[in-house]
Write a protein that binds this ligand. Structure first.
Ligand code: ADP
Length: 487
């Protein structure tokens, strides 16, 4: 059986290589985090399928590259339209597969998927500058040439959103693509592959190889035929991929984990601060950007904690398909156990857990209650490691300098939230925070023109706007002499 019926859609469970569906002898089982229900047996890729996909992507590359930004743009804009026409199907499918909120998929995430494609297609046509300048009468002409085959390895927490954040610029830059979606959430990529076919994207330009990271993923990133690797995932996996990429000197772009601070200065609007802090539970904490370390000035800490607990106690946890639900389940039993392990060990070491701290027994399954750990030992793993679940820590500070020191004290540097009532002060503190994105009195505002990525162990490189093209394209300078011309 090569298809499964999920939310009324026929989803192909095979790879998508060279415009064809390709089955593997072996499969892996895909289940829904909502209720553990069986979703399908998915083709399990290996070296063989990776070789086929690289071959297909290499063969398709010259013609795709030759189309130029406008020729590619026509097809990519069609693809964006098709995503828009299928928002409801994609939203339902993604929710079944990864357990994130249906209403966010409908209203925010899937429209954003379409934008990820459209934005980069239009950027390549209209915004990418080709500067020219003179050097002693010689003319430098800068161009952005397609680089070859981009390998894209993506995680499960926002599957199609994060995949298209890479697919959009890679295809717009003229690269051909092989996507390896996360093994816990393969379905939206398969549906998306059908849309690329409908959009007239030529065979071999976009390919999907499904499978485990250690098999399909490892074979892909080690392949000598790959010109770029863009990866979003965990630090340990990034280290393995970096070693593999080193053999071929393949350029990498990494967006990794975080343990971001949410810093609340004593002049903050307290209600806003509480609202922003509670938002850090979004997607059941399965967001790399989450400000999971709530750092609050000691003078307002008690009041903040009371208001925070009041608001967090009202969070409605449940089936992500229900309109009222605010947070759903963890993605998978393995991940659920990992999150629970962090909290259990914190308990054993005497940490003060003032909210949650256990699975939601009313719901069962993979639902873990929103948890708050109060004043944990700053050296403990609950403060220093990424939990990737609905687990926040609250700590206090007594000066801006101490807040900055605490905020910068982990090995990560992906993002930071800063809440303050004074603009000058906020600017001073923000300047000292080491992170790729700082949100002042806000959270999750993300413009595709802006650079996005992590400092320290949170990543290598930036994507977004020109930064994406810097990575996916071969940037070239051609220097024309004033001499030697015959006409
Ligand atoms: P997470 O903890 O979010 O699951 P991972 O980094 O393990 O993070 O997974 C993110 C993506 O990386 C997934 O698509 C996974 O299959 C892939 N992956 C895991 N291990 C490897 C590897 N050794 N080589 C390439 N990709 C891998």
């Amino acid at each position: 059986m090569n298809t499964v019926n999920v939310v009324g859609l026929e989803i192909d469970t095979r790879h998508y290589i060279n415009g064809q569906r390709v089955a593997s002898a072996e499969t892996f089982t895909n289940t829904s985090p909502i209720d553990g229900s069986f979703l399908g047996e998915i083709s399990r890729g290996s070296q063989t399928e990776v070789d086929l996909a690289v071959q297909a992507a290499k063969s398709a590359f010259p013609a795709w590259a030759a189309l130029g930004p406008k020729g590619r743009g026509e097809k990519l804009l069609k693809l964006a339209e098709l995503v828009e026409e299928n928002i409801e199907s994609l939203a339902q499918l993604e929710t079944m597969d990864n357990g994130s909120l249906l209403r966010s998929h409908r209203r925010g995430v899937m429209p954003r998927v379409a934008l990820n494609i459209r934005f980069f297609a239009e950027w390549a046509i209209n915004e990418l500058q080709h500067p020219e300048f003179e050097t002693r009468g010689h003319t430098n002409k800068i161009s952005w040439d397609p680089s070859g085959v981009a390998a894209l390895i993506t995680p499960w927490n926002a599957p199609l959103m994060l995949a298209t954040w890479k697919i959009g610029p890679a295809l717009a830059a003229g690269d051909t693509v092989i996507l390896k979606p996360a093994e816990w959430t393969p379905l939206s990529a398969s549906f998306f592959a059908d849309l690329t076919k409908q959009a007239g994207i030529p065979d071999g330009v976009f390919n999907v190889v499904q499978g485990y990271g250690k098999e399909a993923g490892a074979a892909l990133v080690a392949h000598a035929g790959i010109s770029r690797i863009s990866f979003t995932g965990s630090v340990p996996t990034a280290k393995i991929i970096a070693k593999s990429a080193a053999d071929n000197l393949t350029p990498v772009s990494f967006e990794l984990g975080g343990k971001s601070p949410c810093v609340v200065l004593e002049d903050a609007d307290l209600d806003l601060a509480v609202e922003l802090a509670v938002e850090q539970y979004d997607n059941a904490g399965q967001v790399c950007l989450s400000g999971t370390r709530i750092l609050v000035h000691e003078s307002i800490a008690d009041e903040f904690a009371i208001k925070f607990k009041e608001k967090a106690a009202k969070i409605i946890q449940g089936d992500p398909r229900e309109e009222a639900t605010q947070i759903g389940p963890q993605i998978h039993q393995v991940h659920f156990e990992r999150v629970k392990g962090f909290v259990d060990r914190a308990k054993e070491s005497g940490a003060n857990i003032v909210m949650g701290g256990e699975p939601n027994s009313e719901l069962g399954g993979l639902y873990f209650r929103p948890t708050l750990v109060m004043n944990p030992d700053p050296e403990s793993e609950i403060v220093t490691s990424e939990v990737f679940g609905p687990v926040l820590c609250m700590q206090t500070f007594s000066s801006d300098e101490e807040a900055i020191e605490m905020a910068n004290s982990t090995e990560f540097g992906l993002a930071a939230v800063l809440v303050s009532g004074n603009k000058d002060r906020a600017e001073k503190v923000a300047k000292e925070l080491v992170a790729g994105t700082i949100w002042v009195n806000c959270f999750f505002v993300r413009d595709l023109r802006a650079p996005f990525g992590g400092s320290k162990k949170s990543g290598i490189g930036r994507e977004g706007g020109n930064w994406s093209f810097d990575f996916y394209a071969d940037v070239k300078n051609t220097v024309f002499s004033p001499n030697g011309w015959k006409e």
